[in-house]
Design a protein around this ligand. Structure first.
Ligand code: SF4
Length: 251
């Protein structure tokens, strides 16, 4: 497997972590699907202070394409549904990888493909849907919360809009991030209820310790686990990741 050269995009430590990442898995609960973690040129935004996912990147498009082909070789198509993540946005994958995804999905009779995208690329989403004409595309937004002040003041997400209808316009799905100081039972439940109203499906990510300075808040996580998790854990439209590797990919 070709590897990105340490010292270009990645520190040696981050690089040695990332080459051991699981990049293929199956999600066998709720909406059954395969999931792959591909590699792109890296998140163009990179301003979210809680995130170090963007370390999984490489500027060498040929190396990314070779790695991504190997990962995509494992896809069976058994659920007709494939989630593709790449530690950033789909628009940071190279063109050949996108073509290859299309070819694999056609060959394996996969009808539904999920991609992630930052809000800044929203105007490019219609063209992506055209490129994947004939497939049922589900675009997932890293929203984290509908609370604009918290989202932009603390999480620095770069989503300037407040109206849920405007925010959800190009997206079928959204990620939420819970477990950070300042969140409460009512703020998290408001996010869940609005998320279910404006998106087809939502994914709740509980903050985990990582290499950034943002730490999980154990009191907020306890509030979520005690008050909200029992109420929403069986909802078919909600994925809940207590650990960020619960989908089976990552390290
Ligand atoms: S959360 Fe997403 S948009 Fe923000 S820095 Fe990480 S990869 Fe980039």
């Amino acid at each position: 497997m070709p590897e990105c050269v340490p010292g270009t995009d990645l520190s040696l430590r981050a690089h040695s972590q990332i080459i051991h990442m699981e990049r293929y898995s199956k999600i066998l609960t709720k909406r059954k699907r395969e999931i792959v973690l591909l590699r792109g040129k890296g998140c163009a935004y990179r301003k979210c202070p809680f995130c170090d996912y963007h370390l999984d990147s490489c500027s060498d498009e040929a190396a990314n394409y070779t790695l991504n082909c190997k990962v995509l070789e494992q896809v069976t198509g058994e659920f007709g549904d494939l989630e593709i993540i790449n530690s950033g946005s789909v628009f940071e994958l190279d063109h050949d990888t996108l073509e290859h995804i299309r070819e694999v999905c056609r060959r394996k009779k996969i009808s539904t493909i999920h991609f992630e995208s930052h809000y800044l690329y929203r105007e490019r989403i219609p063209a992506l849907r055209q490129l994947f004409d004939g497939f049922n595309l589900k675009l997932k937004l890293g929203l984290e919360t509908f609370d604009r002040d918290f989202r932009e003041g603390i999480l620095k997400k770069g989503i300037p809009d407040s109206d849920p209808q405007v925010i959800s316009r190009h997206f079928e799905e959204a990620n939420f991030l819970f477990g950070i100081r300042g969140q409460s039972a009512s703020s998290m439940e408001r996010d869940i209820l609005l998320g279910l109203r404006y998106f087809e499906r939502i994914c709740i990510n509980i903050m985990c310790p990582n290499t950034t300075g943002i730490m999980p808040d154990s009191d907020v996580i306890s509030i979520f686990m005690d008050d909200l998790y029992p109420k929403y854990r069986d909802d078919e439209r909600i994925d809940i990741l207590i650990e960020n590797t619960d989908f089976g990919v990552g390290d």
